[in-house]
Design a protein around this ligand. Structure first.
Ligand code: BEZ
Length: 388
C-alpha cells in the first residue's frame, strides 16, 4: 500500500505520540524520601522508609503499574535546612511525590514548599497541627497523626485513672508544645489540672534539673513527649532518679515506641496513648509484623506502620487515576477518600487530610506496647484553621 507524505506524517504523530504517552504511563514514579538519617530521630526515619518499601515490595515492586525510583535526602531533623533540602528533591530531582518527614519543624518547611510548587506530599510522621490546620491543601495528606491527637487521648486516659494534678515535660518545639496542649485539654476536661510545664531545647537530654523539680513538686502524674534517642535517655533517667516508684509517667506513645529494647526495665509498666499497639491481634497486623521482621530482622513499630500506610495512600490515589500522574485531581481526591486497611486498624482521612483513628491506651510489657483499651474511639483532629 502507498501512503501520501501527509498520511505518513499523521501516522508517525499518532504512533509516536501514543508510544510516548505509554512510556510516560509506565515510567517509574519518582518518590522523594526526606527523612532523618542522623541524630536522635534517625531510627524513626529508617523504620518509615522500611515500611514504605515493604508495601511496595508486597506489590511486586510496583504501584499502579509503575516501578518506583527513590531519591533520598537526610534532613538531619534540622528546620533551618528544610527549604534547601526539600528543594533538592523538588527542583533538582524533579520528584513526583514527596514523603517526609519526622520532625514537625522540618515538615512545616516541606509543607510550605509543597504548597508553593503544588507537589504531592505525604507526611508519614510529623504531627505539626498546622499542616492539616491553617496550611492544609489538597496536595498534602498524612498517614500519621497530629500532635494534638495522642496528647489529648493521654489526657483523657490520665483523668480516667483519677489523677488530679499533672506536670508536663517536653522539648521546646512545636511537636512538644502541641502534645502538651492536647494533653492539657483532655486532662482538664476530665477534671484534672496541669500545674506546671517543663521544657528544654530540642534535642537536649540534660534532664537532671527538671527531674529534681518533679521530685520536689510530687504531682499525681507526669506527661512527657519525647521520641527516639531522647526518649530512651529520658525514661532511663526517670527510673534512675527513682521517680518511676513515686510518680507515674505517661506520654504520647512515642515515649516507648521503637525504644523498648534500649529502655529495658526502666520502661516496664509505662502507660501511653497512640494509634498503634504492637499486639493488635488481627490478621492484618500479624501479617505485617511477620513480613517486616523477615525483611528487616527487627520488630515493626508505629513509624514502620506510618511508612507502610503512606505507600498505601499513594497507591489508592494512583489506582484511581489508573496510574496516570497527570490526573492530579483524581489522585488527590482518591487519597482523601481512601479507607486505609492499616496494621493499626482501618482508618479514614478527614477533609483536612489527617487520619481519623482509634487511640489505644497501651502498657509496656517486656518489649511490647500492649493494648489495654481504646482511650478514644475514631478521634479526629479539630483541624482548627483549615479552609479548603
Ligand atoms: C514531631 O516532630 O512531630 C514528632 C517527632 C517524633 C515523634 C512524633 C512527633
Amino acid at each position: 500500500m502507498f501512503t501520501t507524505p501527509r498520511l505518513t506524517l499523521l501516522a508517525t504523530v499518532l504512533c509516536c505520540g501514543a508510544m510516548a504517552a505509554q512510556a510516560q504511563n509506565s515510567a517509574p514514579i519518582k518518590v522523594g524520601l526526606m527523612l532523618p538519617a542522623t541524630g536522635t530521630y534517625a531510627g524513626l526515619g529508617t523504620a518509615i522508609e522500611n515500611g514504605f518499601k515493604l508495601y511496595v515490595s508486597e506489590h511486586g515492586g510496583k504501584l499502579a503499574g509503575h516501578s518506583i525510583e527513590y531519591f533520598k535526602v537526610d534532613d538531619e531533623s534540622d528546620p533551618s535546612k528544610a527549604t534547601d533540602n526539600v528543594n533538592k528533591l523538588i527542583k533538582r530531582d524533579n520528584v513526583d511525590v514527596l514523603v517526609g518527614t519526622v520532625h514537625s519543624g522540618v515538615a512545616l518547611g516541606m509543607a510550605k514548599a509543597a504548597r508553593d510548587n503544588n507537589t504531592l506530599l505525604i507526611v508519614p510522621n510529623a504531627g505539626a497541627d498546622a499542616i492539616t490546620g491553617p496550611m492544609c491543601a489538597p496536595n498534602i495528606v498524612r498517614s500519621s497523626f497530629t500532635n494534638w491527637q495522642p496528647g489529648y487521648a493521654t489526657g483523657v486516659a490520665a483523668a480516667n485513672k483519677g489523677y488530679k494534678k499533672a506536670m508536663t515535660i517536653t522539648w521546646n518545639y512545636s511537636a512538644g508544645a502541641e502534645a502538651v496542649k492536647g494533653f492539657t485539654e483532655g486532662f482538664e476536661k476530665g477534671g484534672g489540672k496541669v500545674t506546671k510545664d517543663l521544657n528544654l531545647p530540642f534535642p537536649n537530654v540534660e534532664f537532671q534539673a527538671l527531674l529534681t523539680e518533679i521530685a520536689s513538686q510530687k504531682p499525681d502524674v507526669v506527661f512527657a513527649f519525647f521520641a527516639g534517642g531522647g526518649a530512651v535517655k529520658f525514661v532511663k533517667d526517670y527510673a534512675a532518679a527513682g521517680l518511676n516508684k513515686s510518680v507515674p509517667l505517661m506520654g504520647s506513645g512515642f515515649l516507648t515506641d521503637g525504644t523498648l529494647q534500649a529502655q529495658g526495665a526502666a520502661a516496664q509498666g509505662i502507660l501511653t496513648a497512640l494509634h498503634y499497639a504492637d499486639n493488635l491481634d488481627t490478621p492484618r497486623n500479624n501479617a505485617f509484623r511477620k513480613n517486616y521482621a523477615i525483611a528487616y530482622k527487627s520488630n515493626a513499630d508505629v513509624y514502620a506502620v506510618q511508612g507502610y500506610d503512606a505507600a498505601q495512600i499513594l497507591n489508592a490515589g494512583l489506582m484511581a487515576a489508573k496510574g496516570d500522574l497527570a490526573k492530579r485531581d483524581v489522585i488527590t481526591s482518591a487519597m482523601r477518600k481512601a479507607v486505609v486497611d492499616s496494621p493499626r486498624g482501618k482508618f479514614t482521612i478527614s477533609a483536612a487530610g489527617n487520619p481519623v483513628q482509634d487511640m489505644y491506651l497501651r502498657e509496656v510489657k517486656g518489649e511490647n506496647n500492649e493494648m489495654v483499651s481504646i482511650a478514644v474511639k475514631a478521634l479526629a483532629d479539630p483541624a482548627r484553621g483549615c479552609k479548603l
